[in-house]
Design a protein around this ligand. Sequence first.
Ligand code: ATP
Ligand code: FE2
Length: 328
Amino acid sequence: MLCFAIEATAHTFGCALIDSRGNILADNRDMYKKEDGGIIPLEAAKHHENVKNKLIEETLKNLSNKKINLIAYSRGPGLAPCLLVGLKTAKELTKEFKVPLIGVNHAISHLTSGLLFTKAKDPVYVYVSGANTQILSLEGKRFRIIGETEDIGLGNALDKFGRGIGLGFPAGPKIEELAKKGRYIELQYTVKGMDLVFSGIVTQAIQKFKHGISKEDLCYSIQETLFSMLVEVTERALAHTGKKEVLLIGGVAANKRLCEMLKIMCEDRGCRFHAVPLKYSGDQAVMIGWEGILEYSFEKRNDFDKANIYPYERTDDVEIDLTSISKE
Ligand code: ATP
Ligand code: FE2
């Protein structure tokens, strides 16, 4: 089975071709960018409208003589104007190719495609992007959120701190670099049960910068503090679930110190650590295609007549079945 997939939940418009064995035939993306990293939904949607034809054309070039059997699109969560461009494009393609259409959840696609991109089989998922921070595990046919941020995502916390000390956007990579020359100073540590709270620590660190503490020391200390909080909750998630693997997903997975800290914790417990490769940690349509194939294999659904967008759909709202297909 070959799937043509579309991603358009936020800043990235992506088109991909992927088959049911996990072969990626095409992966084209174009990102809407604003200097400060913010996003104006209507502008992003306009960007998607402007680039979509070019990306579709580039993607179809890789089809050679193969046939498309399925169209998949990201139905949510995301920004409504962007999601609508994705939906409209997917419906147009569905009419053209006369194949079933399937709408999938973007966050779930990040998670399940993590198994395609790594050797993980049944991990505790640690999903840390700009906007999201969740620790999850698959229980039966649903993802269970074991722990999550109570305020902002880990990436946004790093970006907010970076903005406060004049690092520009995105701050994550710059913080990682400066941290290498820093020493530890104490910051608040706020784990509440299985949940995390980041904003207070960011504010405290920016205050300390105004009182003369060096950027390097603060970058080092904020990384150590925020990452330790995440590692603590992940370790308890392993203990609760009895799982033996951790899979790190999302843009913050690019951080080598975070990977190192999670790896050390895993090895101490006799568990394995996996991280989604940088190339696939951000938004792209490959993961949408893979999730589309999984769901289609599971229930042969065709969403065409009731296709819609779900800007607020939660990860634990959706039923999935990973046993229906295995990568070869
Ligand atoms: P989603 O819509 O899936 O939540 P997103 O756009 O919010 O995605 P991603 O693109 O997955 O986020 O990741 C971007 C975030 O990753 C930014 O906040 C950025 O600062 C952070 N980041 C990128 N590289 C690093 C790094 N080396 N260290 C720490 N954070 C990083
Ligand atoms: Fe995403």
